[in-house]
Design a protein. Structure first.
Length: 129
């Protein structure tokens, strides 16, 4: 009730940057770890969808253990710092379970700091066990 749904309406880069700015402020002002974790997860989902062009259920196929495994690989690349985002499952009507490795810039030319949020996500999952 009261929601206006617009299907296939893209999120603009300027709105994404404003959202991320607000998430940084919310993260800095968060009083509890659970609240920080929620903010980190929301930012990660937002960035996976925006930067990799993933949609709803595709985002949820991100393999967190794979993300943890390959995080240092991309961060350690001095010439092209990146984040390796492994997806597991069926995508685009494939048969069988597959492992897909997607690459995302740690910092885009427009200033989107995906690497920072993925580092926080991995730290959050690593600290919760």
């Amino acid at each position: 009730m009261g929601d206006k749904v617009v299907h296939d309406y893209a999120l603009s880069k300027s709105i994404l940057l404003q959202l991320l700015e607000q998430l940084v402020q919310d993260f800095d002002n968060a009083l509890h770890e659970e609240e920080k974790d929620d903010i980190i997860e929301f930012a990660a989902i937002l960035l996976l969808g925006f930067l990799l062009g993933l949609q709803g259920e595709e985002i949820m196929k991100t393999d967190i253990l794979g993300l943890l495994k390959y995080l240092d690989v991309g961060a350690g690349n001095e010439e092209f710092p990146h984040v390796v985002v492994p997806l597991i499952g069926r995508l685009e009507g494939e048969l069988g379970e597959c492992y897909h490795m997607l690459i995302m810039a740690r910092v885009t030319r427009s200033g989107i700091e995906a690497g920072k949020w993925m580092d926080l996500l991995c730290l959050s999952f690593h600290s919760t066990g």
